[in-house]
Design a protein around this ligand. Sequence first.
Ligand SMILES: *[C@@H]1O[C@H](CO)[C@@H](O)[C@H](O)[C@H]1NC(C)=O
Ligand SMILES: *[C@@H]1O[C@H](CO)[C@@H](O)[C@H](O)[C@H]1NC(C)=O
Ligand SMILES: *[C@@H]1O[C@H](CO)[C@@H](O)[C@H](O)[C@H]1NC(C)=O
Length: 553
Amino acid sequence: MSHWIALALAFAGLLAAAQAAKLGVVYTEGGFVEGKNKQIGLINPSYIDTFKGIPFAAQPGILQKAERHPGWSGTLKATDFKPRCLQVTLSQNDVRGELDCLYLNIWVPHSGRSVSTNLPVMVWIYGGAFLFGGAQGANFLDNYLYDGEELALRGNVIVVTFNYRLGPLGFLSTGDANAPGNYGLWDQHMAIAWVKRNIAAFGGNPENVTIFGESAGAASVSLQTLSPYNNGLIKRAISQSGVGLSPWAIQQDPLFWARQIGAKVGCPVDDTAALSNCLRVSDPRAVTLAFKLDLANLKYPVVHYLAFSAVVDGDFIPDEPANLFHNAADIDYLVGVNNMDGHLFAGMDISSINAPLQKITAAEVQKLVQELTLAKGALGMDMVYDLYTSNWGPNPEQELMKKTVIDAETDYIFLVPTQEALARHYSQARSGKTYSYLFSHPSRMPLYPSWVGADHADDLQYIFGKPFLNLAAFRPQDRNVSGAMIAYWTNFAATGDPNQGPSKVPTSWLPYDTQYGQYLEINNSITYNSMKQGLRSPYVRFWVQTYRNLPNL
Ligand SMILES: *[C@@H]1O[C@H](CO)[C@@H](O)[C@H](O)[C@H]1NC(C)=O
Ligand SMILES: *[C@@H]1O[C@H](CO)[C@@H](O)[C@H](O)[C@H]1NC(C)=O
Ligand SMILES: *[C@@H]1O[C@H](CO)[C@@H](O)[C@H](O)[C@H]1NC(C)=O
């Protein structure tokens, strides 16, 4: 009798196993990989397969482009995140991560009983000033910021995250063939190309690849769409607070910074061949530590100190980004900014910004404007100062003065270059569509003044669905924001139109054009009134036309 029960139980177990949607062992170009399968829910469950730590390139040589991975025999257990690429810690007094770091992670949702096929694919490029960051992001209470599970399940998309090299090891350049730079961008390209070649085996549609990223990751997304090397690999792209036209995205004088690093680690600096050969055999930890962003003693605004970023190398980035938009003509592009993206930077430049009892002075504002406009001298400074203080009157309130600084930094660092990228993308597009947004859900940082809007990086928690994972830490209105963003983003990944696709959206998001400059304001209350036109257009026109045409010093 008990035999029969055991047999019946075993049979029931087999049935359940047969019903679970599970990829099991997947064959990739490098060999077999096996991840983990998880059931979501009890009645009508869905399933998700997660693969962590798949190599997409071999361990790269120092200041060398990465190469294809030679592959492995047997089955690779893809169950744990790999360390980040070697980088400074947040204190910048130590390093973390590894040289062997070119790995990616994949989340594959299965909404029914059979495994998914032909899903849209979203490939994430993290930010962190090209200095910090990793594929899975920071870990809070065993929940990684860039864990793709929630986004994958809610939007029915495959999510991929990957590591790329950072700091001097990722972006140092001698400005010539001896060390052309852009190593981190080449890593990103290797990951995108790997996804294109392999994602079908995971149930993805290689014709439906969207790259998305934030801050330095958003500028990277933009640069990847502008590089001829990604021709045919990318169908869609999303840049959140950063584009290739941002003043910090391209390093115009890389040799200056290469020499600084060389001098610190004891390399000859006059000859670029000798310098790069020496750096290649130096301790990579010392090379990484040789650059320090000394936040406590900045002479100029912090945005001027992003020493290691992309370069116009005549190869991956063949020309100034403004001249490369024809390469994105068939890519759908969704791009936007946070309404106080500049707040984080303003707070580093002028400490009274976040101190309610500390006063900001007009002289401080003027000095900041002067430093942002160094290239155009006194005339540029006067014009910018007059424009931004035109609503001050004789006795401006502290709040107004502080917001003026944040507006100026938001415009200069993020908003204006983003509007220019929108216009260029739209004007050069063939089949590619163009969408613009402004994210304005106020920051939840407890120590900030109550008037602070959406700060830089505030959008990350919503796009990765954190309000649904931590019900106590987030409010219903935060879930509203998160649900709406995920719906628009994943619809866009599926169809190229944020309104069309599997998810319902709160209102119709009209595409951008240069005549009206339509954009969607995203916050906890999205209605038809959230579609607006001409985001800060007088300021954008000033910077792109009047200011740019002033003579350079
Ligand atoms: C969620 O957003 C909708 C409109 O998009 C709004 O009607 C509703 O009140 C919002 N709910 C919360 C809790 O904020
Ligand atoms: C992308 O995926 C969506 C949803 O699965 C599908 O409707 C669409 O046809 C796909 N696009 C291409 C180019 O295959
Ligand atoms: C949210 O968006 C609406 C529509 O654009 C706008 O009127 C409102 O001021 C925004 N709310 C916040 C907090 O910015």
